[in-house]
Design a protein around this ligand. Structure first.
Ligand code: G6P
Length: 521
């Protein structure tokens, strides 16, 4: 609410320039009662108000940067709801004698199937007389009323056959949400206001321990590589169920980062509780606000992915990796272990990621076609090096989880120490061979595999002209720096696993014997 309690605001999204706005509003005498970015909106409307809430809203939105779906009510016009949309979904429902406003049709599908999807830059006023739609200049706009013919379940899946596929395709948005308001490319800085460590405290840390299970563990492994490089500290990644019984040294110079999508995984929680008891600073990385982990940990950084229903984690994995990168840059800046140039380079790469993810998703049909050729394979090998090693592990886990096919990920350099013995004529080996410092080494590893007559499916960079000489099939992803190409490759593998499982008729969203969140030891 504003100072007078006249306007109440509901907001989905992030106001990126809220700090500047808030500072200047405070200078002009506004009193804030929360730490939220949302509160600036009500105070801005209050400031612009001259007896016409819609006009005040139009003036206020011009000052906002970021993403928002806003709904506002005013004491002076109690029979109206005002709304505005920018880069955050907002949809209006038209019932018999009701109007609805929500961020998703599923919220009102029980009452009406007629909906108007607002577009970026739309403002709507809902009243007894109907809906007034306008742009940010107040000029009337027209939007079609769409008839929604999905049942509730299909609507929740937004027309996709499975939640998993929907969630894979949501990654351009979820990645954008993960970085929104947190990156400053020009200064080369990351702001994670949830982290309460002072710069001095960050400088005092002498080791980082990452704790996680399942997919989150793989995100932790990627975080480790990046932190070792950018933060210059020893970093270990521990499986929750192992760490809780270990005798590891923990003290006030240790920083623990616990990653858990659900924030409810019993093994991760047990490890965190023990660490907090011993006085260690724990940063939780989770997607679920109010989860047990967020309550136990010292600080919580949210992934902002929105709900994930499919048991096999997809969009939360890529968001976790992005959060780990941001933590690495933040710690590296505080400790002076990362140059401003390097920080800006990684930040630029992260900012380009939503768009790159979109380009990878456009390969959906090609990946489906490749997967259809391997639908009946009895096993898969996945190999990669450095950041692409955890990507291989995660890809193998995805295939296992939803298609029940034996699949294993390996550090490509380890093949010769055992796994090569398993290769037979035609065994599919997926090699992650995007551009990186270790590219040539990966190609040597692919040759070792080819020499045993395995079938090589390479994931390579778009501009790579030579990989075809050592591979049977190549899936090309857009060129990108070595920090974010692994995230793109993991999206390829999510789709590959999905289509293998689909081809085999598996119950993709609810695989046998698995649970979305494992709350028992
Ligand atoms: C379960 C899920 C996995 C998940 C793991 C860890 O096994 O099926 O998808 O990666 O738990 O979950 P968390 O919520 O801690 O990330």
């Amino acid at each position: 609410m504003d100072c007078m309690g006249k306007f109440a605001v509901v907001h989905n999204g992030i106001i990126e320039n809220y700090r500047e706005l808030k500072d200047s509003l405070i200078e002009r005498g506004h009193k804030f009662v929360s730490e939220t970015d949302t509160e600036v909106v009500s105070h801005l409307i209050e400031e612009e108000y001259r007896g016409d809430t819609c006009r005040a809203l139009l003036n206020a939105v011009k000052k906002l940067r970021g993403s928002y779906a806003l709904a506002i009510i005013s004491q002076d016009e109690p029979d109206k709801v005002f709304a505005a949309r920018m880069e955050s979904p907002m949809v209006l429902g038209i019932g018999e004698s009701q109007l609805f406003l929500a961020s998703d049709v599923t919220a009102f599908l029980k009452y009406t199937r007629k909906a108007i999807f607002l577009e970026d830059g739309d403002v709507a006023v809902l009243s007894r007389d109907g809906i007034d739609l306008m742009d940010f200049e107040g000029k009337k706009v027209f939007r079609d009323v769409k008839a929604i013919d999905w049942d509730i379940e299909a609507a929740e899946k937004a027309g996709y056959e499975h939640f998993m596929l929907k969630e894979i395709h949501e990654q351009p948005q979820s990645l954008k949400a993960a970085i929104a308001g947190r990156l400053d490319e020009f200064k080369g800085t990351v702001t994670l206001k949830e982290v309460s460590l002072t710069e001095d405290e960050m400088r005092n840390i002498d080791r980082i321990v990452i704790i996680a299970c399942g997919t989150s563990y793989h995100a932790g492994m990627m975080g480790r590589y990046v932190m070792e490089e950018l933060v210059g500290l020893p970093v270990s990644v521990e499986i929750g169920s192992e760490f809780r019984y270990s005798h590891a040294r923990l003290d006030d110079k240790t920083l623990i980062i616990a990653i858990s999508q659900s924030g409810e995984t019993a093994d991760t929680l047990a490890a965190v509780k023990e660490a907090v008891r011993r006085g260690v600073h724990v940063i939780a990385v989770t997607n679920v606000v109010g989860s047990t982990l967020s309550r136990e940990a010292t600080d919580t950084v949210y992934m902002m992915s929105g709900p994930e229903i499919g048991v096999a984690a997809t969009k939360t994995f890529t968001a976790q990796v992005v959060v780990m990168y941001m933590l690495a840059i933040m710690l590296g800046c505080a400790r002076n272990t990362i140059s401003a140039d390097k920080a800006s380079k990684v930040i630029r790469a992260l900012k380009s990621l939503p768009q790159k993810a979109q380009q990878v998703l456009e390969l959906d049909a090609d990946i489906r076609e490749v997967a259809s050729r391997f639908r009946d394979s009895a096993s898969f090998f996945l190999v990669g090096r450095h950041l692409n090693y955890p990507v291989a592990l995660e890809g193998a886990l995805k295939i296992k989880e939803i298609s029940y096919v034996m699949s294993e990920g390996f550090a490509a350099g380890e093949l010769k120490h055992g796994p090569l013995a398993l290769l037979a004529n035609g065994t599919p080996v997926i090699a992650i061979a995007t551009d990186s410092e270790l590219y040539d080494k990966v190609v040597s590893n692919i040759r070792e595999v080819k020499a045993r007559d395995a079938t090589v499916i390479a994931i390579a960079s778009e501009s790579n002209k030579t990989i075809d000489q050592v591979s049977d099939i190549v899936i090309r992803v857009p060129d990108a720096c070595e920090y974010i190409s692994p995230i793109m490759s993991s999206i390829v593998l999510q789709l590959f696993a999905y289509y293998i499982a689909l081809g085999r008729g598996c119950p993709i969203d609810r695989p046998r014997n698995l649970a979305k969140s494992v709350t028992v030891e």
